[in-house]
Design a protein around this ligand. Sequence first.
Ligand SMILES: *Cc1c(COP(=O)(O)O)cnc(C)c1O
Length: 403
Amino acid sequence: MEKTLSPPADAPARKAPASTEIPFFSQAAEFERLWPRIRNECVRVLDRGKFSHGAMVAEFERELARWTGARHVVGVNSGTDALVLLLRAAGLRPGDEVIVPAYTFVATASAVVLAGGVPVFADIERRGYGVDPASVAAAVGPRTRMVMPVHLFDRLADMAGVHEVARRHGLTVLEDSAEAIGMRLDGRHAGLLSTGGVLSFFPAKTLGAIGDAGALLTDDDGIAETARRLRHHGRAGRTLDDFPGIANPTVVSGCNSKMDDLQAAVLLAKLAGLDAAIARRAELSARYDARLRGLPGVRAVPGEVPPHPGGGRVVYVHLIEADRRDALVAHLAARGIGTETYYPLPLHLQPCFAHLGHAPGDFPRAEAACASAVALPLYPDLTDAQADRVCDAIEDFCTRRRR
Ligand SMILES: *Cc1c(COP(=O)(O)O)cnc(C)c1O
């Protein structure tokens, strides 16, 4: 029987929803457009019958290594597990402190805990949303081993500033580059601006799977080899389940963080269209910028935004700050426009880190960003007309409250 993933002939045709709503994120149209290619890659996986950690994962790793310029790409089951494996493979020991920004996705800090370490928070910069090197320097203590800046939304953290502090204190630098696919500094891809970094392929990310997936990027042979073993129960081959030469059992046990071949198949198919997707996102983001610049009560936060070699910028999230953020979010929601508040609460005030003993006011810039930032809809198949409707609604909000 011929294998296809097409719906049976009597199935009702899929139709785009008739609603005029603009969701915060949708990959339905992109998926529809790329479907023949995605289906071909998925059928190859079904034909081979190897669904985890198989040849498709290896093929995707090779292609992603070519695309990013990384010496090693280790495919895993999520960006979070990629962070845990990176921290462990880079030599984090139980109780070691890792400095991370207070303003980021929770996984940046929870990965440190999962790897056996202790997160220590630092504030972000006035410009942009990267960790502030001066705040990193102030957070260094006798148990500090590593620092992990995060590249958020559409910009890189100040890597030169972080490296300078790290050199002075002998810290290893890693990157949470989960959001940063396509971002480069002087031609080097995010995640390769330090000892190593990660990518997340969570569906809403710039390169999204149809479930969870992630990867570790590094130019370091030893880190890549250790991460490859850790993702697969610590195995070097079919039988060897240990790490000779590493003594601490809490650090050496492997886990199951392997990537699914069907996710690799989808990602491989979408990788071919990634440059075009990035270019379209940049176009939409520039459209938002042009329309929203100068409106009272909203602003874009300045910062270094890395250009893409193909021209334009790399924008994962288009973020603006608003004086009356929650009212703006409600105003847009009433018009059927989805938004996200990245990030709703700084990590030092999250219940899961309450034991670290922080209070409001400890990291004022992270707290201010959480109170005012809002992300607008941004995905390749958002139309110009839809982006204009988002801008109309924001303009309406900003000018009406002045009258
Ligand atoms: C998405 C994201 C992660 C986690 O990735 P998952 O694939 O969802 O586990 C980690 N850090 C940052 C900054 C992210 O945006």
